[in-house]
Ligand binder design. Structure first.
Ligand code: ZN
Length: 241
């Protein structure tokens, strides 16, 4: 079994209102994951695979037996969808496509589709999880309310879908707060995707974030110009996929 945190952001992630969303670079998130003893992560920035592609490149230079799965968390008109294992640059404008469209487009390029925090304000909700063919449900998210996580777990059981637990880290300190062990044949993106589709997953750690206050303070300082933003390139290629 290999240990993964399958929902992590980097400074390539953009918040709809503030612009910035995560305080650390891909390299810092990869280093935090290695320190946490993980075998791999999925980098799933909002609406872009850029951070994931950069993280994959960085990881190859740092540690051989560590896997980064470039991914993205799409803000659809109805809520968030996680698409894991997207190996090309994809940039989608926030809330311009429906969940239906996102699922169809991501399926075409072979992504594993996961409903993250389905009961939160940003989630797509129970009806759409039931309607769209997801491969798995994020049943524990370190940043979400316990009752929302509990309902997500009940839904996964009801639908018979694989379950994953993720940190949804927006700051390096939070990487590895939630861990899913995956029974994968080797450590490649394809083997992990296959194992996820087959439900070869076991949740091994569910810990809530203890760094939300620190994250908010740092974001406030950034907003006020008191600290420098993390050195991530600005993506000006917003493609409508
Ligand atoms: Zn997220």
């Amino acid at each position: 079994m290999k240990k993964f945190d399958l929902h992590i952001h980097t400074c390539y992630s953009k918040h709809e209102r503030w612009g910035f969303d995560c305080l650390n670079t891909p390299k810092e998130m990869v280093e935090a994951a290695i320190m946490a003893g993980l075998d791999g992560i999925a980098v799933s920035d909002h609406n872009t695979t850029r951070g994931g592609l950069v993280a994959a490149k960085v990881a190859r230079e740092i540690k051989k037996d560590f896997l980064v799965i470039p991914s993205l968390e799409i803000k659809t008109k109805e809520g968030d969808i996680l698409a894991l294992g997207v190996l090309e640059e994809v940039n989608i404008k926030s809330r311009t496509i429906t969940a239906d469209e996102a699922v169809e487009k991501m399926r075409e390029i072979g992504a594993v589709l996961i409903a993250p925090h389905p009961y939160s304000r940003e989630g797509i909700g129970e009806a759409l999880v039931e309607k769209l063919a997801f491969d798995a449900i994020e049943v524990f998210n370190s940043r979400m309310l316990s009752r929302h996580n509990k309902k997500a777990k009940e839904l996964a059981l009801k639908l018979g879908l694989p379950m994953i637990a993720c940190s949804d880290a927006h700051i390096a300190d939070d990487v590895g707060n939630a861990i899913t062990a995956i029974n994968t044949n080797g450590l490649s993106i394809e083997s992990v995707k296959n194992a996820l589709r087959e439900g070869e997953t076991q949740i091994v750690k569910e810990e809530r974030s203890r760094n939300r206050a620190k994250e908010q303070y740092l974001k406030l300082y950034l907003l006020l110009g008191k600290i420098r933003p993390p050195p991530c390139e600005k993506s000006n290629r917003i493609l409508q996929t």
